[in-house]
Design a protein around this ligand. Structure first.
Ligand code: G6P
Length: 369
């Protein structure tokens, strides 16, 4: 699926637009209506084995690592297992402690990233159990791991990851429900997340249609593409969204972008805030809403321009512009909030006439050290 560009100007915008379908493919056949859990046949784990794991450690590079950050939060929230994510490219150079009761998850769109493969091999050499979340069927990492989840996002041609990112997070939500339902996740809670997942394709469609109609994100992109630097911030689930948003923005526009956890602003980057430095902030309407708006107030007090991603328009004293995103379940909001940031990066790159699908100095899959 998806290796042809068709009528689209770039693969990047084509692949952003494909996300309703790619998420559907990730979910297809995996929602178990009877037991309110996820059916994940490829995991290759018995119930007993799956219940014996006490921790989850996720490894990947670039966008795969940021998807892993969200995966770790999903697993911790829904399965109540301690879970962390780390760059495979750093992990491989440490001498990691490999524990028998830790489930290791290698994340890779291509299944060929050498740093991720090296981490898998080191884990396996020490007896670690590694599963994969991979897009390309039959790829090297898919073959090396002991079971896993294919995301079935279809061929991703643009160097910048988009549909593989959202599908990977959706796959993590399935894994979290699967592990959770073997532990203490109530059937109604499992159902709530599964219903939330099933609604995502329609909600992504809404985001894409709203942009076609109003062009809000394109207008914001044209404004901030002229700046020297952009700050992306978020808390909790918004923090990996900010990291992925900044990565996307800098890699395709070549404009410096930096992601910070909102509460860390006061420990350094607040010194940068001025009318010259726009901030893109992830502000979901959840239990941290007030914390997030008080961060915006601090930025506004220093006359920093603010673009908010939120579930409803924020007052002008908090944000110059709000990009309104449909509401999902709080655990899944990050998937929807990622989509406008992909569009933001795309339109900035187009405004600056960059090589959108093949940014300078980058490769789609990094198979050399
Ligand atoms: C490269 C790509 C990124 C990607 C990363 C990991 O740096 O440019 O878009 O996120 O590799 O790739 P993988 O195929 O392992 O997900």
């Amino acid at each position: 699926v998806g290796a042809e560009i068709g009528d689209h100007a770039h693969f990047l915008i084509k692949e952003i637009g494909e996300q309703p379908r790619s998420i559907e493919r990730t979910l297809r056949g995996r929602i178990d209506e009877r037991f309110n859990t996820a059916h994940l046949g490829g995991l290759n784990l018995s119930v007993r084995e799956a219940r014996e794991f006490r921790r989850v450690k996720i490894l990947g590079c670039g966008s795969a690592c940021y998807a892993g950050d969200l995966g770790a939060q999903l697993i911790e929230d829904l399965a109540r297992m301690p879970a962390t994510s780390e760059s495979a490219s750093e992990f491989r150079y440490r001498n990691p402690v490999v524990e028998p009761d830790t489930l290791y998850v290698a994340v890779s769109q291509s299944g060929e990233t050498v740093d991720t493969l090296a981490a898998v091999q080191e884990l396996q050499r020490k007896g670690g159990r590694v599963i994969g979340i991979v897009n390309v069927v039959g790829s090297t990492i898919a073959r090396a791991v002991d079971g896993g989840i294919y995301i079935h996002a279809g061929a991703e041609m643009s160097v910048a990851a988009t549909k593989s990112f959202t599908s990977t997070v959706a796959a993590f939500a399935l894994l979290a429900v699967h592990l959770g339902r073997m532990r203490d996740l109530a059937p109604t809670e499992g159902r709530r997340i599964l219903d939330g997942l099933a609604a995502l394709p329609g909600q992504i469609e809404e985001i894409l249609d709203a942009e076609k109609r109003d062009g809000t994100i394109e207008a914001v992109a044209q404004e901030i593409a002229r700046r020297n630097s952009v700050l992306f911030i978020g808390r909790r689930r918004g923090w990996p969204v900010a990291k992925e948003g900044a990565q996307k923005f800098k890699e395709v526009s070549y404009v410096h972008a930096e992601a910070y956890a909102s509460a860390e602003l006061k420990h350094g980057p607040l010194a940068l805030v001025s009318p010259e430095l726009p901030t893109v902030a992830c502000v979901p309407d959840d239990d941290l809403f007030d914390k997030n708006t008080s961060t915006l107030a601090e930025i506004r007090a220093r006359r920093g321009p603010v673009v908010a991603l939120a579930h409803r328009a924020l007052p002008e004293d908090l944000a110059d512009r709000t990009i309104v995103v449909p509401r999902s379940e709080p655990e899944l909001d990050s998937i929807l909030m990622s989509v406008p940031l992909q569009l933001l990066a795309y339109h900035a790159a187009v405004a600056l006439e960059r090589d959108v699908d093949r940014p300078r100095n980058l490769a789609k899959s990094v198979t050399v050290e």
